[in-house]
Design a protein around this ligand. Sequence first.
Ligand code: CO8
Length: 259
Amino acid sequence: MDYKYIIVEKNENGVGQITLNRPEAYNALCTPLLDEVSNAIKDFDSDDSIGAVVLTGGNKVFAAGADIKELATLDFAGAYNNEFVKKEWMTLEKHTKPIIAAVAGFALGGGCEMSLLCDITICDTSAKFGQPEVKIGTMPGAGGTQRLTRAVGKAKSMQLCLTGDMIGAQEAKEYGLVAQVVEEGKVIEAAQELASKIASMSQPIVRLIKESVNNAYESTLQAGLESERKSFYTTLALDDRIEGMNAFVEKRKANFTNK
Ligand code: CO8
């Protein structure tokens, strides 16, 4: 498929990559760009050769938020009746394979929220995260007050959302917003390496783990533990579980078949 605002690639390691490509607007997330991301994500979901996805804005900027020029034309009725950005966001949320956000430069507003809904975020030392919506007379609308609060805690989330101030890579790491900080210019490489490692595992096992970790945010501890235990029992039914354990005993690399 031909895309205008994104570049879609996949490699022989089972990694799909989506690069936001609207450099003249700091990758601002206009609706057509989000529609393209949605389509690419759906394609990766149904592609059995893909085991993990890297979502990046390239080595200069991740995304400076929703497109403010588009937002300026929105009214309440239009946004509410047409559920502005909901379906695009839901497609990302529902994706069954791990998505790794590779952040360089600004990840602001909807850009920060997009990184937060990925499964793992890594960044380089140039990264700057923030929720500056308050400065333009609005508020986060795609997870900023919810996912950010769960990630960094109430005090830091309040500070970021109420002031619009940005934090850099090291502070983002200290607060658990990112899993890893790498040298400037190396974030895509690092994300590809991480994604390749995940894509080499058994896909149904990876999916069960992703569901189970996400469930930690949606359930009580006891309900989450019960569900995790059942998912663990489920792994015992897979050929890949037998292969993985036999490979360990026989001191060889496992050859997973995703069954
Ligand atoms: N929307 C549209 N265009 C943008 C955006 C944006 N968010 N950010 C930057 N641009 C454009 C600028 O208009 C400019 O274009 P032009 O050259 O045509 O004037 C170009 O990108 C470069 O920007 P600057 O000249 O401002 O570059 P600076 O290096 O001086 O500053 C900043 C970079 C700090 C990133 C600055 O551009 C900025 O503050 N941008 C806006 C950040 C912001 O407020 N983001 C939040 C937006 S609201 C939001 O995300 C709500 C989310 C609700 C859910 C929606 C989910 C998608």
